[in-house]
Structure formats: C-alpha cells, structure tokens
Design a protein around this ligand. Structure first.
Ligand code: DGJ
Length: 730
C-alpha cells in the first residue's frame, strides 16, 4: 500500500516537473538556426527543455514535453540548467559548494532573466538564480551569435554570507541533449603528435575529458570535441555539436548519459585540486564554453566556429597576417649576428615579410646555448649578438623584411640569474625535490609582482624596438611542483595562474593591439579560445612533416580557422617541398628551412608559391572551408576554401597512402560553389619543369556539375599534392 502511494507521489512529481504547465516561463536563446530553451516551472526550477534546431514558432517550445524524458526523473534535476550538488541531486553537478555555516548543499531557483542586444547580431541572455535559504547567487550568461550559430556561455557566482564559501566545482556550462545515440569525438596526443581523433559511442555513465597539466594544458587532450547525435559524425549531414572551452588551464568536460538515456554535459575549470574560497561580495567568473549546433554535419559546425572566431574572437580576424622565415629548425641554438644577417637576406630572396628569431638569443651568465640554461635572463647574449636586438631589427629592415622575436616569458631555468635573484618567484614545493619539465620551472604568475615582470619582458622588447613586427610566445613546461610561496590559498593556484596569465596578456594586448603574436606551447600545447583572444595565430605542432600535417591540420580545422593556423615549410618528413608547401598554404604560411640549401628549382618554386599565396590568401583565410575527402577514409585528403561571393575557390588534394595504385581514381565532388556559376579550373603551385594536364583543359564547368559529378584532381604517386584554383568565368 505504502509502496503504491510512493509510486503515485513520484509519478505526480515526475509529471509536474517533466511537462510544461500554464504559467511556466520559457527562455529561448536563439541564433538563426539553433535554440537552447530553458523552462522555469512554478517552483522556479530552471531546466533545459530543448537544444537543437530552432522552431519557427517560439510559442511551441512550451509544448515540448520534458525534453525527451523517457521515464522517472526522481529529482526533476537531470536536465537542470545548472545542477547544484547536495539536496536532491543524484548526478554529476555543475556546481558544488560548502556554505559559510558548513552546509554542503545548494539549491538554485530562478529569480528573473533579461535579454538584450549587445551588438548587431549578438544577443546576451542573462538568467539570475539564487538559493532560497542563503544569500548565494548564480547568474547564467548566454551570448547568442545569430549569424554564426554560436552560443557562448559562462557563469558568475557571488554570495553575501557572513564568512567565506568554498566552491568545490564551478562549471561554465551545463547542457542537456536528448537523442537515441551519442557519438563523442575527442582528441588526444603528445608532443609532435597532436590532435588524434577518437570517436566513441557514449553509454550510460560518465566520460571525462580533462587535463591537470596546468600550463601547456592541452599536451595530451585539448578542450575541444564533437558530439554527434544518433549516428557517428558525418561531414555534411546529421546533428552535431562542436564545443570548446575557452580556458588555457586545467579543464574538465563531463559527458553523462543519465538514467533516462539523455546526455548531460558539464564543462568548466577542472575541480581537481582547485577548491576556491570565495569571500563575501566577490564575484567568481567562469571561463566561456563555446558551442555550435549543426543539423547538417560537422562541416557546417566548423564553418560556424571559423566565422565566429574571425569576427568576434581572434585579433584582426578579418585583417592581414605576415609570412615569415623562422630560424628554429635551421639553426636551433647555434647562430650569431653574421649568420642571422645572412638569413635576413635569404628571407628577402625567398619573398617572406618577416624574419622570426627563435630560442637562444639571450642569457649571459648562463648563456642559452641549449635548453638547460638562461630562461628568464632576457638580455641579448653578447657573444652571439654583440650589437643587440636593435641592430638586428635594423639589419632585417635594411634587407627589406621585418623582424620578430621568440619569448618564453612564463618560464625560468634553474640555471639563470633570475632564479638566483628571485627563487620565491617560482612554483615549487617546500621540502620537496624540484621536478623539471624540459629542464625548466614555471614562474608564479599568481604573484602580481611576477605578472609585472612577465609583462615587462615583452613590453621592454617592444618599447626598445618599436618596429618589431612579431612575437612568438612559447610555453614549454607543464606545472610540476604546484605550489606558490606567496599565494595564501594553495588550491587557488591553477585558477589564479591562468587568470594571472590572462591579466598579462590583456595588458599587452591593450598596449599593442595590432602586434601579430603567435601562441605556441612546445607545439600545440595551448590551443584554446581563451588565449586566442590575445593572439593572432597559434602553432599547432612542432611536427611539420607534410604528411603528418595533413592529419594534424585536418583535426584542428574542426574548431580553428585557417587564418590563425601557422604552418611552416620545414625539412621534416620525406615529402617533396611542393607537398610540404601545399600543405602549409592551408593556413598562415611560413618557412623554417635553410634557404641557401634549396636547389635552383626548389627556390624558384618557393618564391613563386609565396607570390601565389599573396593572390589566394584571402580565399584561404576568409573563405569557407569544405572538407571533401578524409585522409582517414581513403588514399586522398581533399579540402577546399570558397570565397564568400562564391566566385573563387582554392582546392587542395594530397596522397596520404603510398600503396600501388593509390590516388584519386574517381572525381571528387566539390562543395560550397554556386550551382549556377561557371568556373574555370587552373592548377597552381606547379613544380618547375613539370606540366599540368589540367591546365590544357579550357572547359568551364558549372558549380552544379562540379558538385554533382565532381572533378578528378589526378592525385597519384607522381602528383602527390595538387592545388587547383576555381575562378568564376563570366
Ligand atoms: C618549442 C616550439 O614549439 C618550437 O617551435 C621552438 O620555438 C622551441 N620551443 C624553442 O625552444
């Protein structure tokens, strides 16, 4: 009897929480094609009832029945818009706190919400929540970028309790997605082996993506992923969400298929070793979680993120970039003024805009002649550079190119004057051995004095050399020895570090808003939209082997636009220089080779390639990317960029398998063209002494033909990479 009664009560509870009732409030966060809908019931519980395609008629969101709830949600919280721990929650929370009086539970009820246009095409919806028993507020922010179909969300947490409150977990986003099946694509790697995809079906329970590396946080796993609904992710069809956390430190993204088989997602700073003590009246702001939802596959999702990043996130996303010659692989630490001045001339001869001097130019008491000393002592090494950086800047300019410099401002070598002078500026544990990653230690960016020092490293170099054209900011160590001598709260370290880093970057960006800066971290150890607020571009990997790069760049392209992806032609790998150049062109082109060692044809080819790049770079940087053939599925990788008016396109194809007969045996169908337009097809980057059969063909093809029948770029063992340009013929 009593069991029957309990069941009835439960059923009533389920019905009242799962279905909309008159008087419920529906908050629709909409872009042109996507909607995230929060329902607030009579008890002021905020739950997500829709995440997917936008409905034509917003009134109909009220008819959605409990977001696919297929049975008993004992708590009414499975689809909470921000799941509080304690109380009645049974699943992974978005937030977990201990109140000033020791109460370990949180209840969050809706107070009010507002929506306002922030800029043209950008709407900010703010949802205010509060604990009914405690002066504890959580505010959820959802910024909808209409045309790009991107939603950015973050949270602020504040209280006015009598004493401090401890935040154990404080996610940026909590989403709820109903589907029959969920396929997660996440990425893993290591140095020179970044961004390897794995797609797996999510089953009931939790899957965590996370990092605990502190700095260089993405070395093993970046905070970017795809979730495909009902079927594995397809390029041009099916429902796919692409998400990424804009945070350069420890993160945790939890995917939980709940007991009702709906997908819960909690993304934010990693709670690992990061309990945060919040003083009364102070606000904690979480980083942003960014996502786009596409009902036409991962191709659309990528293009949405690219457009958003160019327009709203990356500095000068619509602007120019410089081509450069870097000396890292050409000289490593072994250079002097004479060698460098010769390289400037080589750079000019090659046709790049800038020479980038890499690691090894500094340190005197402990010269930076290898990676075991000198980091932190940012004075020119007098033996290598007796006339200083200013002289090099001028010499480069005399040679007709600009000069840029490598810095690793967050780090210190134990063998350095900086470490001798300021041992307390370093992250290290009392009573413990120091552990080194690449023979170095991490400076304590939680300390404002250290922040000022790090700022001054970059500031001094730029102030002394006002025509400096580029900064490469490297970060080669993870956080070992996670302890700050001056930070009173050890569990704030990981969070405060990133905030300290952003503080420095923000100051630099404000002072030098147009200075091109590369975000590098021992390859691609730090590629996220938090840091990319301050950097014009990023370094995806030290692995510049042309073939490897096809794969690495392919995977970054899901989330990051080509204008921000630095690709350098180097001597890595067995591919011919044409192959390496063609691959590097699919982004921001640079070189890291000994120009004087190129033979006549190689030099001629490279010079012409840079001229061609100048002609096509706008299509590559601002156009839409279409992935045509995956290197994971066949012998050929094929990608194209189409200009916005669809009057030009550049199409790259590569042989990725060298078995007998491997190649593009059949035509490849193009994408993104205007079916009604006519296009001529012309081969670019033809190697001196070779001829393109494609260029003999004077036929024009309609976009309709090219997208329906396709065109064979004729990739085979003799033509391992092919670049074709399509131009509207009027
Ligand atoms: C790691 C970077 O990824 C390389 O490009 C180079 O700058 C080295 N660090 C220098 O130490």
């Amino acid at each position: 009897m009593s069991r029957l009664f309990t069941s009835l009560v439960l059923l009533l509870l389920i019905m009242s929480t799962a279905w909309s009732a008159p008087g419920d409030i529906h908050i629709a966060i909409e872009t042109n094609r996507t909607a995230l809908v929060i329902r607030v019931d009579k008890d002021q519980n905020p739950t997500i009832v829709h995440l997917g395609q936008r409905l034509n008629n917003a009134d109909e969101y009220a008819q959605i029945a409990g977001n696919g709830k297929r049975g008993e949600d004992y708590t009414g919280l499975y689809n909470s818009a921000y799941t509080p721990a304690g109380g009645r929650n049974l699943l992974e929370p978005a937030i977990q706190v201990t109140h000033a009086d020791g109460n370990p539970s949180l209840d969050l009820r809706y107070v009010r919400h507002e929506s306002k246009a922030e800029a043209s095409g950008v709407t900010l919806t703010t949802v205010y929540l509060k604990d009914p028993q405690y002066p504890f507020d959580v505010t959820l922010y959802y910024k909808a970028y209409q045309h790009e179909d991107v939603i950015e969300q973050w949270t602020t947490i504040r209280h006015t309790e009598k004493k401090n409150v401890v935040l154990h977990k404080y996610a940026s986003a909590n989403l709820y997605i109903p589907a029959h099946k969920y396929y997660l694509t996440h990425f893993h790697g290591d140095w020179a082996n970044e961004m390897n995809p794995t797609e797996e079906r999510l089953t009931e329970g939790m899957k965590l993506l996370d990092t605990k590396l502190g700095t260089r946080a993405d070395l093993f796993q970046p905070p970017s992923f795809l979730v495909a609904l009902n079927q594995p992710a397809q390029e041009d069809e099916g429902e796919v969400m692409a998400g990424t956390l804009a945070w350069s430190g420890n993160y945790q993204i939890a995917f939980e298929v709940d007991p009702l088989h709906n997908l819960r997602l909690m993304a934010g700073i990693n709670p690992y070793a990061s309990a945060y003590t919040l003083t009364p009246g102070k606000e904690f702001v979480t980083p942003s979680f960014l996502f786009t939802y596409s009902s036409t596959g991962k191709g659309t999702a990528s293009r949405n993120l690219h457009r958003w990043a160019r327009k709203f996130r990356i500095p000068q996303g619509k602007g120019n970039r410089v081509t450069l010659l870097n000396n890292w692989e050409a000289t490593f630490f072994d250079f002097n003024e004479e060698k460098l001045t010769a390289l400037f001339k080589d750079g000019k001869k090659l046709g790049v805009d800038l020479f980038l001097l890499d690691d090894g130019w500094f340190g005197n008491k402990y010269p930076r002649n290898d990676d075991r000393a000198g980091l932190g002592d940012w004075q020119e090494n007098v033996k290598k550079l007796p006339h200083g950086l200013g002289y090099l800047v001028k010499e480069a300019e005399k040679a007709g190119i600009k000069f840029g410099i490598w810095l690793e401002p967050e780090m210190v070598s134990p063998k350095s004057e900086l470490y001798e002078k300021h041992p307390d500026w370093v992250l290290k544990l009392p009573n413990r051995q120091e552990y080194y990653f690449r023979n170095q230690l991490v400076l304590d960016l939680t300390n404002p004095k250290v922040q000022d020092f790090v700022f001054s490293i970059v500031d001094n170099v730029v102030t002394k050399n006002p025509t400096l054209g580029y900064i490469k900011w490297d970060c080669n160590a993870v956080i070992y020895n996670a302890f700050s001598a001056t930070n009173s709260n050890p569990s704030h370290l990981y969070v405060d570090y990133v905030q300290g880093l952003y503080n420095v970057m923000e100051r630099l960006h404000t002072k030098y808003p147009t200075l091109p800066m590369m975000l590098c971290s021992g390859g691609g150890g730090r590629v996220d939209y938090g840091a990319l607020r301050y950097f014009t571009e990023f370094w995806p990997s030290d692995n510049t082997d042309g073939l490897e790069r096809v794969f690495i760049q392919w995977n970054y392209s899901y989330f990051f636009p080509s204008i921000a992806t630095c690709n350098h032609v180097t001597d890595w790998g067995k591919q011919p220089i044409k192959f390496r150049t063609d691959v590097a062109m699919m982004g921001k082109l640079g070189y890291d080779i000994v120009v004087s060692k190129l033979d006549e044809k190689e030099l001629q080819f490279s010079q012409q390639a840079l001229k061609t790049y100048e002609q096509i770079k706008n299509v590559l940087w601002q156009g839409d990317l279409f992935r045509l053939a995956s290197p994971y599925e066949g012998d050929v990788a094929s990608l194209m960029y189409v200009s916005e008016p669809k009057d030009r396109a550049v199409w790259f194809s590569y042989l990725t398998n060298n078995r007998y007969k491997a190649g593009s045996l059949a035509p490849i169908r193009l994408k993104g063209l205007d079916p009604a337009k006519k296009y001529t097809v012309r081969e670019l980057n033809i190697y001196p002494g070779t001829k393109s059969s494609i260029n003999d063909d004077a036929t024009t093809y309609s976009g309709n033909y090219l997208m329906t029948v396709g065109f064979n770029p004729k990739v085979d063992a003799r033509r391992t990479s092919v670049v074709l340009e399509l131009t509207e013929s009027k």
